[in-house]
Every structure is written in structure tokens, then in C-alpha cells.
Design a protein around this ligand. Structure first.
Ligand SMILES: Cc1ncc(COP(=O)(O)O)c(C=O)c1O
Length: 389
């Protein structure tokens, strides 16, 4: 039997899709810890809190009541209705139950959103620095990522900056607020400028509001709530960050047709829905009192202030991030190559961070520090930097 080497190759579509750099950093940390070193971890992307009790109790109940069979692929009606109500009340998005689809975390929603919109050769405008997987999700559609610096847009105007980067191949804008890794929260006026651009150029907006509940300055604003934007926006949400549910893989997306059909097809042929008991548990998240959100924001703000003050004191300048749970200081004083800077911090001070270049070339000379950890860890990490840097 003859076999050809060319058989043993990945599909071309997947060859251009990368793997996460953050996994490599985690492996390095594990190695150091296995050797007995204490590592101050700031590289993560997870809430430090535990999943709230009412959600865990609802999960136990769902299991006891045997709610363990196939659910409708788009989600249980009770959860879709609760999400639609939340979207109307908190996001001002005029969504009905049928405009909502339950997804396995924010990632599956984003995967399905890009698959629903982007054809090979299409360009997507992405505010940058950006959350790394976005370039891979676009590559998976054989589309092209076109980076638009968020700071340039802020300085020179969103409409004008997008216009400079758009071509006749531009199909969509990825609009993430609050932003990972910079913590930028786009204002209503900024969203309006992006919306005007999208309407005039007939573009689709892929909105990612994973950190909507973690805003410390200003207010979260959903671009799909603007006049004429619901029909051209797919908005992706996750329960991972708001409710400390990263491991549950719970999220949802909201969109009109034809996008909803695309989202449903992707969901159907990947996971055929989301775990049924987890959906019943997730329903409890939407019944949490308003002061829950205030209390988590307070806890994160305290950590943010502690970390940012310490970094500035060390000469690692950064503005307090308006949202999410990351500080993104300029670390040129340590090294202008952010991978080298991250290695220096890890080797000398046992402080683990993510090199800014992981978030695209505009992130170079920066490091991402998560402040989603205990104040004691933040303090100890800063002390180690003071002693060893
Ligand atoms: C900007 C952004 N969007 C979406 C997600 C997706 O989160 P998950 O798939 O855990 O729901 C993340 C997670 O880190 C994120 O940072």
C-alpha cells in the first residue's frame, strides 16, 4: 500500500489558525513551581471569586430533578427568555427570546459569529491591541485581520480612523468593550461613531461584551442598542467573567436574521447545544440581586487601584484601566521586547505576566498583569518587583 506524505497534512484552513501563547507561559510557570519556586501569578484571565451559591444550588437541583436530557439546540426557553429580558433592561437591546441563542461560553458565540459573517478574502477591522483568539477566529474563515489602534482612534476620531483602514473588501468590525488587554471602555459617543461608519459602509459589527459587568470608570454601552444597529450586529456574551463561571462554558449571543440562522447552524454542528443542567443553573445568575454586581466591582476596583499604584511607583506607567481586570503598563524601562521583559520579571522576581506582543504588534513594549487575584498576592508580587527589578 502506498501512502503519500501529503496525506498527513492539516486542512489548509486550519494551518493558518494558531495556538495560544498563554499556554506556553503557563507551562513555564508549572516548571518553576515544580522546582519549588513561589511564582506570583498575574498572567491569568479568570475571576478570583467562586461561582455564586445560588447558581451552584440550581445546578444541584437540576441534577436531582433529572434535567439531563437533550434540550432544544438553541437553549431552554426559560433561559432564552431571561436573557432577552436582561438584554432589554440592562443593555437596552430590543431583543426577543428568538433573537437569543445559548452558547458554550463567549468563545463558541464568537466562533459562530465570525463563521456566519466572514467569507474567504474578507477583511475585518479589529481595534488593537486585541484579544488574541480573534485573529485565529478570522483566519479560520480565511479572512484577514486589519488592525486599528484604539489609541489612534481615540486621538484622531473613530470614524476617520476606521475610514483610513477600510477597503472595498471590508466586511465587519470587531468591537470589544471593555477591552482585553487594555481595559479601555468605549464611550457611547465612540460607539455612535463606529455605528455610523458601519451603517454608511454597510458593515456588520461583531460586538464582544465579555466584561460588561466589570466597569470602574464611565458606563458600559452596547452598540447594538443604537438606532439601526440591532440588525447589523451580533453581540456575544459570557457568564465566565461576571459570575466566575469560566469552567462552566456558558454564554449567549444575540442577533437578528440572517445571523441567527448562521449561529444556530454552527451550534448544531459543533456541540448541538449546551449542557442542559448547566443551562438551568445559569438561569439563577439572572436572578441575582443588583448589589451582587456592585460588590464584585468594588472588589476588583480595590485590586486595580493597589496594582496600578504599585506599578506606577516602579516606573511601569499605566493609566487605571476603566474596565475588565487587566493592567497593561508600558515596560520599555525593563525591555522594549515584551517577551524579553516577561522573561526578566519571571526569572528575577518570579512575577508571571503576559507579553503585550501576544495581543498584536501594537501591544509590544507592554505587559498584561491581571489584578484578578488576592490583594496579598498583588502586594507580594509588587514587593518582589521592588526588590528584584
Ligand atoms: C475579550 C474576551 N472575549 C471573550 C472571551 C471568552 O470567554 P469564555 O469563552 O470563557 O466565555 C474572553 C475570555 O478571556 C475575552 O477576554
Amino acid at each position: 500500500m502506498s501512502t503519500s506524505a501529503s496525506v498527513f497534512r492539516l486542512s489548509r484552513r486550519l494551518e493558518n489558525v494558531g495556538f495560544s501563547d498563554i499556554v506556553k507561559i503557563r507551562n513555564k510557570i508549572l516548571e518553576l513551581r515544580a522546582g519549588g519556586a513561589q511564582v506570583f501569578q498575574f498572567e491569568g484571565g479568570e475571576p478570583f471569586l467562586e461561582t455564586p451559591e445560588p447558581i451552584k444550588e440550581a445546578m444541584t437541583r437540576a441534577l436531582a430533578e433529572n434535567r439531563t436530557r437533550y434540550a432544544p439546540s438553541s437553549g431552554i426557553p426559560e433561559l432564552r427568555a431571561a436573557v432577552a429580558e436582561k438584554l432589554r433592561e440592562r443593555n437596552r437591546i430590543h431583543a426577543r427570546e428568538e433573537d437569543v441563542v445559548v452558547m458554550n461560553g463567549g468563545m463558541q458565540g464568537l466562533f459562530a459569529a465570525f463563521q456566519s459573517v466572514v467569507d474567504p478574502g474578507d477583511e475585518v477591522l479589529v481595534f488593537s491591541p486585541f484579544w488574541t483568539p480573534i485573529r485565529d477566529l478570522i483566519a479560520h474563515c480565511e479572512g484577514k485581520t486589519v488592525l486599528v489602534r484604539s489609541t489612534e482612534a481615540r486621538r484622531e476620531g473613530f470614524y476617520e480612523t476606521l475610514a483610513r483602514h477600510a477597503t472595498d473588501k471590508t466586511r465587519a468590525v470587531y468591537f470589544n468593550t471593555p477591552q482585553n488587554p487594555t481595559g479601555i471602555v468605549f464611550t457611547r459617543e465612540e460607539a455612535e461613531a463606529v455605528a455610523r461608519f458601519a451603517r454608511e459602509r454597510d458593515l456588520v459589527v461583531l460586538a464582544d461584551e465579555a466584561y460588561e459587568d466589570l466597569v470602574y470608570e464611565g458606563e458600559h454601552f452596547s452598540i447594538a442598542s443604537l438606532e439601526g444597529m440591532f440588525e447589523r450586529t451580533i453581540t456575544c456574551y459570557t457568564l465566565s467573567k461576571s459570575y466566575a463561571m469560566t469552567g462552566w462554558r456558558m454564554g449567549y449571543a444575540v442577533a437578528a436574521e440572517p445571523w441567527m440562522t448562521g449561529l444556530k447552524k454552527c451550534l448544531l454542528y459543533t456541540t448541538n447545544g449546551v449542557s442542559t443542567p448547566s443551562q438551568w443553573a445559569a438561569l439563577a445568575a439572572f436572578g441575582l440581586p443588583a448589589d451582587f454586581y456592585e460588590s464584585i466591582r468594588r472588589a476588583y476596583r480595590e485590586r486595580r487601584d493597589l496594582l496600578v499604584a504599585g506599578l506606577c511607583e516602579l516606573g511601569l506607567a499605566c493609566d487605571p484601566p476603566a474596565g475588565a481586570f487587566y493592567a497593561f503598563p508600558d515596560v520599555s524601562r525593563v525591555h522594549t521586547d515584551s517577551r524579553a521583559a516577561a522573561d526578566i520579571l519571571l526569572e528575577r522576581a518570579r512575577v508571571a505576566t503576559v507579553p503585550g506582543v501576544v495581543f498584536g504588534e501594537h501591544g509590544e513594549s507592554h505587559l498584561r498583569f491581571s489584578f484578578s487575584t488576592s490583594p496579598e498576592t498583588i502586594q507580594a508580587g509588587l514587593d518582589s518587583l521592588r526588590r528584584n527589578l
